[in-house]
Design a protein around this ligand. Structure first.
Ligand code: URA
Ligand code: SF4
Length: 218
C-alpha cells in the first residue's frame, strides 16, 4: 500500500461550508483511496441547530448504499437507545469519523465491514472539522473506539472512558469547542454482544449521562 495516494480531504472541503454543500462535495473527495470501492460519501445528518453530535466510525453496508449515516442495524440500536435515554433525536447530528465505507469480501449480499486505519481517519479529518464548524454542538457522544482515538489518540480505551464526562481535547482545534464529550460503546457492539440486553442497558446508561448534561428532556 506504499504507493497509495492519500493527500487528505482538505482540498475538497468547501471554503464556507454548509451542510448541503458538504454533502455534495464529499462525493468528489479523493483524499484517500476509500472512495473507489464505495457507492456514496456519507456526511452527517441532522439539524444544524442540534446540540449533540453523535460520532460513529464509518458508514456500513446500508449507509453506503443509501448515502445516509446510521440507517442500518446499528442505527436502529442507536435510535432505540436514544429514545430510552430521553435524548430528542431532533437534537442530534449523526456522523462518522470516516465518510466512505471500507470493506473487504462479502457474506451473501452484504459486504464485510473492515474498520478504517489511522491513515484513513487522518485523511478524512477535515470533513469532521467542517461539520463541527457548521453545527457547533454543545456536546459530543463518541460511539466506540475509532471515534475515541480520533479525538484522544491511540491510548484511548472505550472500556475505561465510557459514561464519563471528558473535556474536548485541546489538540483538536475548532472555532467553538464542545463543552463536553461522553464516550460510549459503538451500537454495533450491542449487536455482537453475548448479553445484548446488558450491552443495550449500558449504552442507554451512558447516553443518560449526555441527556443529563443537555438538561433532561432536551
Ligand atoms: N456504524 C457507524 O459507525 N456509522 C454508521 O453510520 C453506521 C454504522
Ligand atoms: Fe475522502 Fe474520507 Fe472518502 Fe477518504 S474516506 S475519499 S478522505 S471522504
Amino acid at each position: 500500500m506504499a504507493d497509495v495516494e492519500r493527500p487528505g480531504a482538505q482540498a475538497w472541503v468547501p471554503q464556507r461550508p454548509s451542510l448541503r454543500s458538504l454533502r455534495a462535495a464529499v462525493q468528489e473527495c479523493r483524499g484517500c483511496e476509500l472512495w473507489a470501492d464505495a457507492t456514496h460519501g456519507v456526511m452527517g445528518r441532522g439539524p444544524r441547530a442540534a446540540r449533540v453530535l453523535l460520532l460513529g466510525e464509518q458508514p456500513g453496508d446500508r449507509e453506503d448504499r443509501e448515502g445516509e449515516p446510521f440507517v442500518g442495524p446499528a442505527g436502529a440500536v442507536l435510535d432505540r437507545a436514544l429514545a430510552e435515554a430521553g435524548i430528542d433525536p431532533g437534537d442530534t447530528f449523526r456522523t462518522n469519523v470516516v465518510k466512505h465505507f471500507r470493506w473487504r469480501g462479502t457474506r451473501g449480499k452484504q459486504r464485510i465491514h473492515r474498520g478504517p486505519s489511522r491513515v484513513h481517519v487522518a485523511a478524512c479529518g477535515p470533513w469532521l472539522v467542517a461539520e463541527l464548524a457548521v453545527v457547533r454542538p454543545v456536546g459530543v457522544v463518541l460511539l466506540g473506539g475509532t471515534a475515541g482515538t480520533s479525538l484522544y489518540g491511540t491510548s484511548f480505551r472505550v472500556g475505561e472512558s465510557r459514561g464519563r464526562v471528558l473535556d474536548w481535547p485541546t489538540s483538536f482545534e475548532t472555532a467553538r469547542p464542545p463543552e463536553w464529550v461522553v464516550p460510549t460503546a459503538h451500537p454495533s457492539a450491542v449487536l455482537r454482544a453475548d448479553d445484548r440486553d446488558a450491552a443495550r442497558a449500558a449504552l442507554v446508561a451512558d447516553l443518560r449521562v449526555a441527556a443529563d448534561l443537555l438538561g433532561g428532556s432536551g
